[in-house]
Design a binder for this molecule. Sequence first.
Ligand code: BTN
Length: 266
Amino acid sequence: MTIPEPDSTWRFETMHLGRRVCVYRQLDSTNSLALSLAENPAHDGLVLLAQSQTSGRGQYGRVWQAPPRSSVLLSVLLFPPPDLRRPALMTAWAAVSVCETIFESVEIPASIKWPNDVLVDGKKICGILIEQRTTGDAAFPLATVAGIGLNVAQTAAMFAEAGLPLAGSLASVGGKALRSDDVARTLIRRLDKNYCLLQNNGVGAVESAWQDRLGLLGKDVIAEEVNQAHVGRLVELAFSGLAVETTEGRRVRLMPESVRQLRSIT
Ligand code: BTN
């Protein structure tokens, strides 16, 4: 499939991602379009940005809604090397980049809520949806789409009216009027910088920023898998695995991808 004609195009002098950004007034979903372009590895690093979506998608089949121009709605299409293909790592990379973007935009620290939300003052201001598909290309067998919805301009009253009292935006938590295009530019640069770090320096820097923003290491937590939950002290938190020391003195090891929820119980 060829890239549909965008309403405008941005180009960044970045290393990997955002050298071409296709901006659309309206799409059904930036993730859906990115997935349909994923059979062509020449699109590696392509960013799709929409001012509004008619069928924005969230985790677990939920809808993602945002008034036109209120938010950054973007997807990045990547063909990562084997060691970077894990959804948990890609989610962490996107979440850390969003936290840095928030700090650069409104100078407020943000935290990561397991697995894929970014919060400020307890309000969800960003959701991340990582989707992958096989390509049929032997050299680039798996494409990854990182979809990011970052609320920028919605007011607290708008969230209350929409029945979303736990949602926030850069404007509602930061008290600063920002243009979503400017925030999108900052985010694209941060995503590129951190992707280059992952590729060239290994996962260490992104992993430790992710650990810090989760703020759960050493705390009493509940870690929920599909069929069971583990309660205890979180003694390890890494892409290679988590370890929970249970109250009965057992050490339970879990892969990040198998943990659906992880939260503090203190
Ligand atoms: C969630 O928290 O459930 C994840 C929400 C992800 C929403 C973004 S908006 C841009 C991209 N396109 C989509 O259809 N979804 C993601």
